[in-house]
Design a protein around this ligand. Sequence first.
Ligand SMILES: [Zn+2]
Length: 487
Amino acid sequence: MSTAMETDVTAGFEMVVGLEVHVQLKTQTKAFCGCSTNFGAPPNQNTCPVCLALPGALPVLNARAVELALRVALGFGFTVNARSIFARKNYFYPDLPKGYQISQHDTPIAEHGRLDIGLLINGEPRVIGITRAHMEEDAGKSIHDRYESATAVDLNRSGVPLVEIVSEPEMRSPEEAGAYLRTLKQILLYLDISDCNMEEGSLRVDANVSARPFGQVRLGTKCEVKNMNSFSGVERALAAEFRRQCGVLVAGGSVQQQTLLWDGAKGEIRPARSKEGSSDYRYFPEPDLPPLLISDAELARVRETLPELPAARRARYAAMKLSEYDVQELTADPATGPFFEAVLALHADAKSVANWVNGEVRAVVNERDTAWDAMSLEPARLAALIDLVRDGVVSSSAAKKIFAQLLVSTDTPRAIAERDGLVQVRDDNALAGWVDEVLAEHPVEAARYAAGEKKLVGLLVGLVMKKSQGRADPKLVNQLLSSRATG
Ligand SMILES: [Zn+2]
């Protein structure tokens, strides 16, 4: 079949998307027991009677998990419920030894959030409503590829604390869903409540998607898509599922509510096995845990600890007259800003500091896949290097060579410049000597230049730079040559 037909099938239909994001909270221990949450431990090592669901074991709520959930609530502007209820979500699966997951149902810890996803639609900032955020525990993990004819179960993840953030069905395109997820993740990282690592499963996304004719108010039948392991995977899965549903509708059929799995390698959607599709969880209040009570004092205490969030930081940097690009780059992750500001505190010019941080320094961070504070580059040494360029002691190209040395040497930038012969020569006699030599060696160009052919200055400066092995101060060489032409 032609691709033209496949793309046509969506014409006249609107995509409606809601997202459920599971975020693993960065606690040392699990939600209801003292077991470690350490990722990558040997299977079933981080377990105890509580998270193995041995008879008689009772859960005790992790206070740190509550605190991190409150950070999420405040960071996204949710209304916090002073009293929320834990509930049992009942279903059978081998990786769920209790036969239920402790979650929150009717009364979650937080409701009614909003997220500006950084897109302008018809000139208006796009803001997506967030229905709720609730606390829950993770299930274990089934391992299907370890034994040929059997499935293994690893319960290390059983009982790890999560916050599930559920959006309203207000996104209308894969692009909006991608922007929502990227904005959400950025804020979660700033809040320092999770690693948000999709590959390790500390951030997981399920999407509810439906299609309806443009202009129809009633929502179409939705399907849930799971198993996406990157944000671009979510965008591709949404496009594929939307196309599938439109195809069903165009053919006169009706969409059946079901759960689907995304196969990123094949770029395909396929139906999930029946377990993932079951939706009758018969929730009831968890009898082993009291209602979760949050006092105003507790909320105020957590609010005090909130860090600066991306929007506020962007506004502050924009006020420094930095470009939109610089602002976006400097605030993309939580760690770049503090490094930028530490350098800035020692060197007044924000633009040149931003150039270095977004250029050479970021390149090293990306190349080494390291953290900003683990880079063995003290802000003071970078500031000293930028000062050398400002003061004309070294050229910009020499500064890049010195920068590379800063990462492997403990010498000061000036000492490296002197050691490697990178200090610009600004001595008039030395410069005049090189200029004279170049003019003598190129009499034709020299004569044309003297006769007023000013555009030759670039060529002559280049020759002087070459003769000086890059050490001459090009500005002074330029001045010197100009004075020769007019003189
Ligand atoms: Zn345990």
